[in-house]
Design a protein around this ligand. Structure first.
Ligand code: NAD
Length: 303
């Protein structure tokens, strides 16, 4: 059994990862500044250090205690990255460099979260890892820069990494209360409270929704396969769902409808985001086990 550092372990994806690692018998220490994460999300067997990933001495101290690091801490909001450019850059890129640098002291492997935001509005369908990257936002640029810094970690510092370009991850513990929340948590929260929902645009926007438990399987698998070549994989299902489909599936699961209001499309909203999971499935010999319907069923059953 191993001991891992999980940054952002009090957040949505990180807390599920901690559960799975602990379930497998590993020891877990978490570094989180609780900016969006919550201690209530965290497995009681994980050891929490409240602090910032930009604090090099803290990161070095924690990295010295572990066999590898899952780096998920970020300001995970495109909107926020546009509002607070320098502040989010400090976490999303400089914080990642601080993690890579600490890992390089002992050649520790790092599995880290990138994002489909690196593709920007690239309309090639489906997106493969070799599709052109053209991020449109500070968030997407920082995530792409993290991938380039991972190459530096491998090439210059002999530190193995694996990056994952998450598409739209959904599941339990995704915060619905934040103004930056994902569409699934907002719709689910409102529908369960019998409140109407707002669709921005005509609802034909396509997304590739991937369930958090599948994401965790790839993260854990990535730790064994991290490499100095700094590989990067899409984490997606290759199944397209429109925002209207999403609302209808939620209505069918709960057994009632709520009023749907349409509003002007949000500026910068991407029409189609659909990934090709081919390289991912080949690398890990694991197909996503959940589709949107089964993931939502499991998510709502735990509400
Ligand atoms: P989240 O906001 O729930 O989790 C992020 C965690 O990082 C939070 O617990 C937060 O408190 C912590 N954090 C933020 N800044 C920090 C700092 N400077 N120091 C220490 N801790 C800090 O978000 P999430 O959805 O779980 O996202 C996890 C990772 O996956 C992020 O890197 C995000 O960019 C990436 N990602 C998520 C999605 C998605 O659909 N949820 C899609 C693409 C990429």
């Amino acid at each position: 059994m191993a001991k891992y550092l999980v940054t952002g372990g009090c957040g949505f994806i990180g807390s599920h990862l901690c559960d799975a690692l602990i379930e497998q018998g590993h020891d877990v220490i978490v570094l989180d500044n609780l900016s969006t994460g919550k201690t209530i999300n965290l497995n009681s067997k994980a050891q929490l250090f409240v602090g910032n990933i930009c604090d090099s001495s803290l990161v070095n101290m924690l990295m010295g205690q572990v066999d590898g690091c899952f780096h998920l801490a970020a300001v995970a909001s495109v909107v926020r990255s546009n509002e607070a450019w320098a502040e989010t850059h400090a976490t999303n890129q400089s914080g990642t460099v601080s993690i890579f640098e600490a890992a390089s002291q002992g050649g520790k492997p790092v599995v880290y979260a990138s994002s489909a935001a690196v593709y920007g509005d690239n309309a090639v369908i489906p997106l493969t890892e070799s599709s052109q990257v053209r991020p449109l936002t500070a968030y997407g640029v920082d995530k792409l820069a993290c991938e380039l810094q991972a190459q530096v970690a491998g090439r210059i510092h002999n530190t193995p990494t694996m990056g994952f370009r998450f598409f739209n991850v959904f599941g339990e513990r995704q915060d619905a209360s934040s103004p930056y929340s994902g569409v699934i948590s907002i719709f689910a929260d409102r529908i369960l409270s019998h409140k109407d929902i707002i669709i921005y645009g005509d609802g034909s926007q396509i997304r590739d929704f991937v369930y958090v438990k599948d994401v965790v399987q790839y993260l854990i698998g990535g730790m064994r396969q991290a490499s100095v070549r700094a590989p990067v994989f899409n984490v997606c299902t290759g199944r397209s769902s429109s925002i209207k489909d999403l609302a209808n599936i939620l209505f069918s699961i709960v057994g009632y409808d709520v009023k749907v209001t349409y509003a002007a499309r949000k500026p910068g909203d991407i029409q189609t985001s659909l990934g090709d999971p081919g390289a991912l499935v080949h690398q890990f010999n694991y197909q996503p086990q959940y589709d949107l319907y089964s993931g939502l069923m499991e998510m709502l059953a735990s509400e």
